[in-house]
Each structure stands twice: as structure tokens, then as C-alpha cells.
Write a protein that binds this ligand. Structure first.
Ligand SMILES: C[S@@+](CC[C@H](N)C(=O)[O-])C[C@H]1O[C@@H](n2cnc3c(N)ncnc32)[C@H](O)[C@@H]1O
Length: 317
């Protein structure tokens, strides 16, 4: 099943400096098992498989388009305990029996969703266009090796192995790795070549640099703050530059690409663009940056989710 996604350039305005990158918006309309039904009033109403979910969404500044009844009928709603923009604590209220896990199909793989205490459900559907892009890009690379950092429940890892890659999946949470392995089993990819690494992303990457290992594609999807399995600190503003420099050293000398996505941080796509360009300045390649968004069904509005930068070596463009 293909996700309908539109790539909308917002680079139409005249550039004031020759060197300024044209930022883009990459927006997805979801897929058969996922839709953003409505958004507004600081919340979003989504359908994941057979359940509708109402969750806080600080970017939804406009009014909802659907009548309140549509929201009240949601199978589950998350009430945050903190008014903080990205505070994750809170509680779920359910209107219907929601099982501990339920399947959501994304192209060739199945992700088991669950209502987590952090308001997330196990998948970030705005990543669909990146995944579609990755699958197409991998087709042109013989025996591709993919490094997935901050890999969570493994949707990208599973889609990459389904597309023929060998994947190294790095994640600090034992629970998230166990969840990703469940997703591997329900996706019937048990025999697929995934190296599961429970480690701090920075430590693992530094070790890989010392071992002179190489990857064709590196996916980096860090949170704003996090912890490695032994309490190692992750702060995107402090640690991202060094991590990216190490990732640049890990890229294959030919047919290489890197995709960075950042969430919930007070930063600009231009900042991410500038950092990736600096870290890959020694390589010939193309850099593209902007925002990921989801197209809402009710009003057609674009709900922004994250910033992204994609770099591809020139031999592949
Ligand atoms: C935004 S999620 C990634 C979403 C995922 N790429 C996807 O699309 O499904 C961030 C993940 O980073 C993990 N994490 C946080 N700090 C980490 C660290 N220091 N090293 C490795 N993983 C870390 C978290 O446990 C979480 O699973």
C-alpha cells in the first residue's frame, strides 16, 4: 500500500542571498491504516487502524473543523497533566475497549500500536514520505547497509530490511527494542538481517568510527532530551553536532545518504541544514531541508510535525 504524499516546495519566494537554501514542506496524507482526521484547539484527532485517538498537539493553533461530537466519539483521548508544550505526562481516557496492542499496516510491515504513558502510540506517520523515499533510494544500492539511530519501535528498520537492506538498529530503551522485535515478528520478517543494539547512540557511533565501519544510509531521529541505557545524557542542542560529525565519517564513500529529523525543539530547519552542510562539507552531495507535515482530512490543513534534512551523495542524484 502506498502512502499518498505530496512534496510541496515553498521555495517560490525570491532568495535574498544566493546561498540561502530553499526550504520545503513534505506532507503526507497518510495511508489506508492512518489518517489525521482533524486538528485544532491544541489537539489532533487521528485514526490508527481501527481506533481513533485524540491527543494534545501544540502546533494546532486553529479551530477544529469537525463538530465536537466527532472528537467525543474518539476511542481514546490523552489528557496531559502538564500545560508544558512538550511535557509528556498524562492519562488516557477510553470510550471503547482498546486492546493492549493493535496492528497498523504501513506498506510491507505491521506496527503494533499501544497507548503509552508518554502519549505516543508507537509510530510517527509523518515519516511516511521519508520511508517511501528510502525504499526507492535503496533500490539503486547493491547490498545496502542502513544505520538507524534512535530507532524506537523499528518501523524504518523493518521497511529497510523489507527493501533488501542489512540494518543496524540502535536504541537506548530495552522496552522499545522488545516492541520492535514484536513488530518484526508480526511483519513476518523474523529472518531479516537486523542487528539489534541496545546502546547510547553517541557511544555506539563513536565505536563504529574507531572500527571504520561504513553505512550507505544513516537515519537519525533524535528526541530533544534522552538517556542512554546507562544514563548517558542526550541533549540535541549539545550533542547533535558531534554525533553528525561521527556519522559523516561512517558514510560509505559512494552511494551514501543521511536523513535527520528533529522533533519538538525550538530550532529552525535552517539551523539543521547549516549543521548537516558543515558536517558533510568534504563530500560532494546535495542537501535538502524543511518541515515534515501531515495533511488533515477535515480541513486540508498541513499540521507541522518536525524538521528534516536529507543529504545524498552526488553519485546517486
Ligand atoms: C523520536 S523517537 C524515534 C522515532 C522513530 N525513529 C520512528 O520513526 O518510529 C526517539 C527514540 O530515541 C531513543 N533514545 C533517547 N535517547 C537515546 C540515546 N541516548 N541513545 C539511543 N536512543 C535514545 C528513545 O528511547 C526513543 O525511542
Amino acid at each position: 500500500m502506498a502512502s499518498g504524499f505530496a512534496e510541496a516546495g515553498i521555495a517560490g519566494a525570491p532568495r535574498s542571498a544566493a546561498s540561502s537554501p530553499g526550504l520545503r514542506v513534505i506532507a503526507t496524507a497518510g495511508c489506508a491504516d492512518y489518517a489525521l482526521l482533524d486538528s485544532g484547539g491544541g489537539r489532533k484527532l487521528e485514526r490508527f487502524g481501527r481506533f481513533t485517538i485524540d491527543r494534545p498537539e501544540s502546533q494546532a493553533l486553529w479551530r477544529p473543523a469537525l463538530e465536537p461530537g466527532a472528537w467525543l466519539r474518539a476511542d481514546a483521548a490523552f489528557k496531559a497533566t502538564s500545560a508544558e508544550e512538550d511535557g509528556e505526562g498524562g492519562r488516557w481516557r477510553t470510550n471503547a475497549p482498546v486492546p493492549e496492542t493493535w496492528p497498523v499496516r504501513v506498506r510491507e510491515v505491521t506496527v503494533l500500536c499501544r497507548l503509552t504513558s508518554f502519549r505516543h502510540v508507537g509510530i510517527f506517520p509523518e515519516q511516511l514520505p521519508h520511508w517511501e523515499w528510502m525504499i526507492a533510494w535503496l533500490q539503486g544500492v547493491p547490498a545496502p547497509r542502513v544505520l538507524n539511530l534512535f530507532a524506537y519501535t523499528g518501523a524504518a528498520s523493518l521497511l529497510a530490511v523489507a527493501a533488501g537492506a542489512e540494518v543496524t538498529h540502535v536504541e537506548a530503551s530495552r522496552k522499545a527494542i522488545a516492541w520492535a522485535k514484536q513488530n518484526q515478528a508480526v511483519s513476518r520478517l523474523d529472518a531479516a538481517p537486523i542487528r539489534w543494539i541496545l546502546d547510547d547512540a553517541r557511544k555506539f557511533v563513536a565505536r563504529e568510527v574507531r572500527r571504520a565501519n561504513r553505512y550507505h544510509l544513516i537515519l537519525i531521529d533524535p528526541p530533544k532530551f534522552g538517556r542512554g541505557p546507562n544514563g548517558e545524557e542526550w541533549d540535541v542542542f549539545v550533542h547533535l553536532p558531534a554525533l553528525l560529525r561521527d556519522c559523516a565519517a561512517l558514510l560509505a564513500t559512494q552511494r551514501a545518504a543521511l536523513v535527520l529529523t528533529t522533533y519538538a525543539i525550538r530550532a529552525s530547519a535552517l539551523a539543521m541544514d547549516g549543521l548537516v552542510r558543515e558536517c558533510l562539507a568534504g563530500r560532494t552531495g546535495a542537501t535538502e531541508s524543511g518541515e515534515l507535515a501531515v495533511i488533515e482530512q477535515a480541513g486540508g490543513r498541513l499540521l507541522p510535525t518536525s524538521l528534516y534534512t536529507r543529504w545524498t551523495s552526488f553519485d546517486e542524484r
